[in-house]
Every structure is written in C-alpha cells, then in structure tokens.
Unconditional design. Sequence first.
Length: 254
Amino acid sequence: MSKTRRSVVMVSLLGLLLLVMTQWALAAFGSNQLNISRSRTDAGYPAIAVSDSGQHVGMVWSDKYPGGDATQGPIYFKSSSNGATLNPTLEQRITVDAAFSEDDQSLAPDIASDPNTARNMHLVWANLARPGGLGTDQFYTIYYAMCATSGATCGNSANHQEVKKVNSSVDSEQVNDPKVATSNNGGNTIVHVVWQFVDNAAAERRIYYSARKANGDWTTPVAVSGSNEFASHPAIATSVAGATTYVHVAWASD
C-alpha cells in the first residue's frame, strides 16, 4: 500500500492569538513603479518594512553574482526617511563577500521595523561559507544587523551578529530561511527571529526561535516545531495585549 504525504500549515501561538480587523486601502501602482535593485542581472528575495509612523521604509534583497543566481547574495539594503522620495541610486551593501563563490553565499534576507526608534530597521539573512575553501569545513550561519534609514552604514561586518551557526561538514546540519519581527518591552526593542534547522543525518527539519534582548544578547534557541515533522517556510509576528507581548510563529509541515 502506498503512503500518501500531505503538506499542512502549522501554527504555534506563544500566547493568545489575537485577530485584529483593519481597513485596507487599494491603490493603483502602475505609474509609481520604481526599479529598486537597478541590477544588471537577477535580483531576488525582496522584503520590505515600514515604521509605525509610515515615514520610514526599509527594503532588502539579494542580488546575483556572475556565475551564481539571485538566491546567493550579496544582500543589499535601501531606505527612505521622513517620507522623502526614494532615491534609487542610494543603497547599502550589507554582505562584504567580494564575488560569487561556492565557498561564500548570502541568501534569504528579511526585515522588520523598530517599534521605538522609527529610523531603525532590523535585518536577518542566511550565509553559507567555507572559510578554508573547497574541501574544508562548511558553515551555515544566521546573521543579524540593525540598519538606520538616516543613512548610517550597517554594511560593516563588525556590526553583524551571529544568531546561530552550525558546522555542516561535522554535524550534517544547516540553518536557513530566517524571518524577523520586533516588539516593544517597556521602551526596549526586542528582536524575534525564527529559522529552519535541517539535520540531514537524522532526516529532520525543525523550526527554531531566538530573541535578542535589550542588552544585545540572544536567548538560547528553542524548537517550536515537533521532532517528527518536516517543517519549513517559517513566519513570525508579534502582538500586544495590555502589558503582555505575544509571539506568533507559523510554518509548513510535510
């Protein structure tokens, strides 16, 4: 007898699920299109965030290296502050890898606005690297950086934080597809990140979560999906009820 597999969408509510109805306005975008990436090759993985005031917009995407594809970096950031018209020629390159290589690839960026400082945007992305070149240990890393829409650079690798790093060559593990959300905790911004963890040896895929506290430290990653799932495509959002912040995580399970 053949076994039929089905894909479902799972959701973990770390607290009470609040459904909020809001009004949506539809607008015609045809005459307002703008080429953000200005890429001569392919660009992919776009993500966008807008401040609560609506005055600050941040965008990230990955560009294509010669010989690579649009899923392999580098990662770019572009922004608009105080409602100014977006300048398509101003952008910040977040990752510093110089050229496409099988030994260094950046991919899957995501972005969230800051609930306390409207000019700040919070970025995450995945990276695959073999620092020693072909035949050496291969590392997968989830990175985080904060970027200001006022123009301050966030492309300095010294300002990038490792959220999670695994040695794929030793442990047959990977981390990828990060998503980010933020919340306000008494005037302090908390950054929430989820990602997919792949254990090839155990044929397991799980979704993990970690938070960046006000002091800049990251909490110990915890699994939010079951060990017997093939979990993928995580998503994350936050909501507030009174003095309590709720974190909502959804993913696909096969």
